[in-house]
Design a protein around this ligand. Structure first.
Ligand code: XMP
Length: 319
């Protein structure tokens, strides 16, 4: 795609002009926008870019390893991985309210990220994967409660005291353009076409208080769901597919033993923009395999249920 190649040529030149010989830091989440921004900026300025990946302990199975593999091993990006799971979990101890959980996760993220920036030393630019729709939305926030509701979903807003200039090379692009750019830059397809994942991560998919044991169960169940969705070709057809952990125990039977274990719910939805959503009609045989595999492979689960509610009046996430 020569047009995209030209675009990369121009965009990298602009980044070089703006940055000069200064240093840039970028908070890498593993999502589409920050990944494409990282790959583009790295193409432009190489080791002047440092990426910081915060492992908050609320990520999907093998997520950190995957980011390390792509950005450190493949692209040779200067990647700092901060394992902060304990810090997040201690701050969340005893907390059950969904909005309080979000606030805590957002705040700890900023603290951890700030520490990382300090440890790197003199950094002049903070890079972000802001897209054109985000730009419009943040302008529209004044007096628009709908925009406000969405804005607090993003964990990205860093405090002004961090005195860095912003570098936002995707500011003029729409999502589909960012995906094409990412492909041209050589990012793996599966990273470019992945479902949206909330900033607070599995923190809002474990209902109520977050416990290590619950997270372990949820990660494994979720990995099985995604594996089957991809294997059967349904992953690309839906907006989001994920598991929700219910801290409810129910009775089951395994061999001739009685079990008393937890419940996992499947949430699979179709949507255009997440404002409204329908539960996806996945074939029963596919659902059957997912359920059997989760119950057989994930210790601590003996029951799987399917969420058949649409948005509105439900939301996509359970918290
Ligand atoms: P709801 O649950 O409000 O979700 O129907 C709509 C879309 O937003 C995502 N979502 C979030 N994303 N931080 C985020 O970055 C959040 O706190 C958050 N809550 C929901 C959700 O996954 C869906 O795509």
């Amino acid at each position: 795609d020569w047009k995209m190649a030209n675009y990369i040529e121009e965009a990298t030149q602009l980044i070089r002009d703006q940055v000069g010989n200064k240093r840039v830091i970028l908070g890498l989440s593993g999502g589409v926008d920050s990944s494409v921004a990282a790959a583009l900026i790295h193409r432009a300025i190489g080791d002047q870019l440092t990426c910081v990946f915060v492992d908050n302990g609320l990520l999907r199975l093998k997520e950190r390893e995957r980011v390390e593999q792509v950005f450190r091993d493949h692209f040779h990006v200067d990647l700092r991985v901060i394992k902060a799971g304990n810090r997040f979990l201690s701050a969340l101890k005893g907390v059950t309210d969904p909005e309080r959980k979000r606030k805590i996760i957002g705040k700890v993220f900023i603290d951890v990220f700030e520490d990382a920036v300090k440890s790197i030393g003199e950094v002049d630019f903070l890079a972000q994967g802001t897209l054109y729709p985000d730009v419009i939305e943040s302008v529209a926030i004044d007096g628009n409660p709908a925009a406000l509701i969405k804005s607090h979903h993003n964990v990205g807003g860093l405090p002004k005291r961090m005195r860095m200039k912003l570098l936002e090379p995707l500011r003029e692009l729409f999502k589909d353009e960012v995906r094409r750019l990412g492909e041209e830059l050589g990012l793996p397809k599966e990273m470019i076409w992945r479902h949206p994942f909330p900033g607070p991560g599995l923190g809002v998919r474990v209902m109520g208080e977050i416990k290590r044991k619950y997270l372990t169960i949820l990660k494994q169940a979720d990995a099985v769901l995604l594996d089957e969705m991809k294997r059967t070709g349904h992953y690309e057809k839906v907006w989001q597919a994920f598991c929700v952990f219910l801290p409810v125990k129910t009775v089951g039977v395994m061999g001739d033993e009685r079990t008393y274990d937890y419940v996992v719910a499947l949430r699979i939805v179709e949507s255009q923009d997440a404002m409204t959503a329908d539960w996806a009609h996945i074939p029963h045989n596919v659902l059957g395999v997912i359920s059997n595999r989760i119950i057989n492979e994930v210790e601590g689960v003996n029951r799987v249920v399917l969420d058949i509610s649409s948005k509105p009046p439900s939301t996509i996430e359970w918290e």
